[in-house]
Design a protein around this ligand. Sequence first.
Ligand SMILES: Cc1ncc(C[n+]2csc(CCOP(=O)(O)OP(=O)(O)O)c2C)c(N)n1
Ligand SMILES: [Mg+2]
Length: 357
Amino acid sequence: MAQVLDAGDDLRQVIGEGARLPAARDREVEGLSEEDLLRLYRDLILLRTFDERSVVYHRQGRIGTYAIFWNHEAMQAGSAFALQRSDWIFPSYRESAIGLLRGMPASTVLSWWRGHPAGWWNPADYNVASICVPIATHVPHAAGLAWGKRLRGENSCAIVYFGDGATSEGSFHEGANFAAVMRAPLILFCNNNHWAISTPLEAQTKAESLAAKAAGYGMPGVRVDGTDVLAVYEATREAVERARAGDGPTFIEAVSYRTAPHATADDPTAYIDMERVEEERKRECVGRYEAYLQRLGVLTDEHVQQVRAEAVDLMREGIAAAEAEPPADPALLFDNTFVDPPASFERDLDELRRILG
Ligand SMILES: Cc1ncc(C[n+]2csc(CCOP(=O)(O)OP(=O)(O)O)c2C)c(N)n1
Ligand SMILES: [Mg+2]
């Protein structure tokens, strides 16, 4: 079984748990009201519910292959909470549902996973770029957009999400270097879940940490507990402040451990240490935050039930709306591919129409 690097002790935390930061030593994040804390809770539940329902929809054959983000919700909700609506989000497939936090309908994201054009949105409607499946190719896009914001004198920034594996890609290097040199207002948010499908972190890099790579680009690198939504929020808020002040990009390494298969087509029992997975699941991010809010006395059982019920309703409506979409025109597969399409396209399209009936 592959050995995985230990998460280390230098992780920023706010929510107490275990030996590192006992619950009795919970911190509070300055400037967050009770209402903010509960909004953040709602965001987490929205994402958790989307993820759990999507796995069910996949098993029922109602959506296609799906990249599970169970236990990644704190990284996504916490960081997005530090942004303004005018700031841009560049998601990878792991953050497919992050648009929900900007008011995107669940049906849009579900349609994306159904491979239906109703899943394409205009990025400018939400300031959320399209979901990037090629690893790290969106890092230069985000760097370019952020630089553009600076050139125009706008005070907004961009955040780009990618995984530990992405830090080995040329596009990551190009985007990070460009952003630093141009002092682009960019947050490079690395979800270090210790695995790139079946490749463990120790086979990915010899660097002491992923955040250490930031020094090579001349930008700060921060390590944060990725299952602590408040620590993620706090670290991202600081990075956003730097970006807005004209101090350029920040690299955030949010450390967690992948507790679900890479995607619905993956069987991690072939390569992962399932005992470690079980251990990690005990400190998963939603339960951790719930326990924190209960210790603070701001979360009631009724509120939990209400927020969860609302999220389930939203998903039910979302899948119904996605399934009510008329079938896509197969010609879309061929449109906009060539200026002068090869002759075979017409035959291929005819055949496709025949198969689809
Ligand atoms: C350019 C490119 N190469 C290979 C792949 C195949 N691939 C899909 S997911 C993945 C692993 C990515 O791992 P990581 O960056 O850690 O992100 P995670 O899935 O863990 O969030 C790979 C290699 C791809 N999508 N794009
Ligand atoms: Mg990974």
